[in-house]
Ligand binder design. Structure first.
Ligand SMILES: Cc1cc2nc3c(=O)[nH]c(=O)nc-3n(C[C@H](O)[C@H](O)[C@H](O)COP(=O)(O)OP(=O)(O)OC[C@H]3O[C@@H](n4cnc5c(N)ncnc54)[C@H](O)[C@@H]3O)c2cc1C
Length: 444
């Protein structure tokens, strides 16, 4: 048994009071905060990094997928995702490939940080950067405050409603709410912006020399960086066998991920005779998956791939099922039209079908509000990648254009609960959908 200490009990100052407290400030969290603030709520947002945006900024992941259905005929996503794309466009900070299933929008991640700051300021949201959520302060079955730690010490943010947008379901886990943490989660990647890698077969070089550099048998991808000629965002490797909701594993993953970046740059130097320049490395490892907080509904792969309609649908998507394997190097893609592509290192691609041909195919899927709800703590909702989803459905819903919508739904639901003196489970899904639509979201 590990040693323990008994901390003296203490009095914690209440440093902010608001209607709504958003914990975690990726686009999911910021969009939740903005939607609630625009409806008239006072909002505090807590983010442990030095900027908002999560994986989309600090993780350097610069691709948002299509806002249209799989046939590129119908708009299915708008809201703050569309608004931010248009705002970035004014600064030449986005490049659109409207009908490209891999990368509809390439974003300048640094401009996105500033855009999110502006959204926070314009909407009079109280920002707390460099601030970690530590614990919920519980009174009866509700959260009364979020206990946070930052440069000034420990403090409490008191609010009526809380949105857990930490990606890892940190607030829910600290409340001992049940969650799923699979043995095989999608593995994380440390992303890097590198200059001077154009025309180099990085995957081929890594494959050939990985043993010399102690790199896993793996695969990866890269994308152009907006406005940086010769610059690419590289996600070339994965760190396997780590649980990024565990502090020790997370530390190991961070250092191992950075070591991978150095290793493949050294391979390029030695075997391609080039001099790549490391322009930027993600300020934290890109975490694909950790906890899924048990919701009142778990979305399934079948729901996604058959385009099942839900009366409480609050988010819509067309991005394929995309599961990075944890147990063997490779990836599985499944599409709404029945096609399937599986890549396995050493075997290459196997292209087939996961179901027989049908007369027509769904062109979009829906995410129900219930994936964000639990019925134990009435003033807490989960948004972002910790929502309740099985392996296959999560492979699709996890992308940012989808997660952003869960944030918007959480913000609007929090306002409706506040205004109507309700709990999150008591919010009428029809009223939520209608309020979301009035605020600029598309509801199918
Ligand atoms: C390497 C990689 C590549 C990917 N590629 C793509 C892609 O090309 N396109 C795409 O759309 N999706 C991609 N994804 C998936 C997508 O980026 C994520 O699923 C999505 O961003 C998750 O959003 P989120 O808001 O739930 O979580 P996150 O973006 O992880 O945000 C969580 C936020 O909460 C903060 N936080 C966490 N804990 C605390 C705490 N205790 N206190 C305070 N703050 C806290 C974090 O700092 C962070 O800002 C990729 C993911 C990875 C890792």
């Amino acid at each position: 048994m590990s040693a323990t200490l008994n901390e003296p009990s203490r009095t914690t100052p209440v440093i902010h009071e608001a209607d709504i407290c958003v914990i975690g400030g990726s686009c999911t969290g910021v969009f939740a905060a903005v939607r609630a603030a625009r409806l008239g709520a006072s909002v505090v947002i807590i983010e442990k990094q030095n900027a908002f945006g999560g994986v989309a900024t600090q993780g350097l992941v610069n691709i948002w997928h299509s806002l249209k259905d799989t046939e590129y005929k119908r708009d299915i996503i708008a809201g703050l995702t569309r608004e931010v794309i248009e705002r970035l466009r004014k600064r030449d900070a986005v490049v659109s490939h409207d009908d490209n299933p891999n990368s509809a929008y390439l974003l300048n991640t640094e401009e996105l940080k500033i855009e999110l700051d502006e959204l926070i300021t314009e909407n009079r949201i109280t920002p707390m950067l460099h601030t970690s959520f530590a614990l919920p302060f519980r009174k009866d079955n509700r959260i009364e405050a979020a206990i946070v730690e930052n440069k000034s010490g420990r403090g409490a943010v008191r609010a009526k409603f809380f949105i857990d947008a930490t990606g890892d379901g940190d607030a829910a886990a600290r409340l001992d709410l049940p969650f799923t943490l699979k043995t095989h989660v999608q593995p994380p990647t440390t992303c890097a912006k590198i200059l001077g890698t154009e025309g180099i077969d990085i995957a081929g070089l890594i494959g050939k020399h990985r043993e010399e550099y102690d790199l896993p048998d793996d695969w990866g991808w890269n994308a152009a960086v907006v406005g940086l000629p010769g610059g690419k965002m590289h996600a070339e490797t994965h760190v396997f066998d780590v649980d990024c909701s565990n502090a020790e594993d997370l530390t190991r993953a961070e250092m191992e991920g950075r070591r991978h970046v150095r290793a493949y740059m050294d391979i390029i130097r030695k075997y391609a005779g080039k001099k790549p320049v490391l322009a930027d490395i993600a300020s934290y490892i890109g975490i694909r998956e950790t906890r899924h907080v048990h919701g009142t509904y778990r979305i399934t792969e079948e729901d996604v791939l058959t385009g099942r309609a839900f009366p409480d649908a609050i988010a819509f998507g067309s991005y394929r099922v995309d599961v990075h394997h944890e147990d063997r190097p490779g990836i599985t893609f499944r599409y709404l039209n029945g096609n399937e592509n599986i890549f396995e290192k050493g075997k290459g691609w196997t292209n087939g079908r996961w179901r027989p041909e049908t007369a027509s195919d769904p062109t979009a899927y829906q995410i129900p509000y219930r994936t964000m709800l639990q019925d134990t703590i009435p003033n807490l909702i989960v948004a972002g990648r910790a929502i309740d989803a099985d392996t296959g459905s999560y492979g699709a819903v996890r992308v940012m254009v989808n997660m952003n919508q869960t944030g918007e739904a959480a913000g609007v639901a929090a306002y409706l609960a506040l205004n109507g003196n309700k709990t999150f489970t008591g919010v009428d899904p029809a009223a939520l959908r209608s309020a979301m639509e009035q605020g600029g979201s598309i509801m199918l």
